[in-house]
Design a protein around this ligand. Structure first.
Ligand code: RB5
Length: 146
């Protein structure tokens, strides 16, 4: 499975840890930057990962900033993107099963590397349940047209 990953400066170190962990597990990682800890603007990387998911270049995306919040807000402005800011294992599973989230957002300032890797593992291995949740996801995506 191909995964697009990106971060700003505040998420760079955790991005490198999560990227290495997932590559070790056999995922094909497509790193959209940033590539160091110099101050930068998170919407740039939210857009790059969002485009990779929109185009099908990557099946799912991961975005990391200080909190995961700015990245999720920015990515959710893009058509077809359902980005979830996650900081626990239960939510990682639920947002795939119920919301069909296609981008996982996490915060380097709020999560340790072990938990972040576990959250990423759960997010990437949990399937959307469809059924009644598909109806709700369709309704949510319809809001993009307003
Ligand atoms: C950068 O200082 C920080 O604002 C950013 O990484 C993110 O947490 C915003 O939501």
């Amino acid at each position: 499975m191909k995964i697009a990953i990106g971060s700003d400066h505040a998420g760079y170190s955790l991005k490198e840890v999560v990227k290495a962990h997932l590559a070790e597990e056999g995922y094909e990682m497509c790193d959209k930057g940033t590539h160091d800890t110099r101050s930068c603007h998170y919407p740039v990387y939210a857009e790059a990962v969002g485009k990779a998911v929109q185009s099908g270049e990557a099946e799912l995306g991961i975005l990391i900033c200080g909190t995961g919040i700015g990245m999720s807000m920015a990515a959710n402005k893009m058509k077809g993107i359902r980005a979830a800011a996650v900081s626990d294992c239960f939510t990682a599973e639920a947002t795939r099963k119920h919301n069909n989230a296609n981008i996982l957002c996490m915060g380097e300032r709020t999560l340790g590397p072990g938990l972040a890797c576990r959250i990423a593992d759960i997010f990437l291995t949990t399937a959307f349940e469809g059924g009644r949740h598909q109806t709700r996801v369709d309704m949510m995506m319809e809001l993009e047209r307003q």
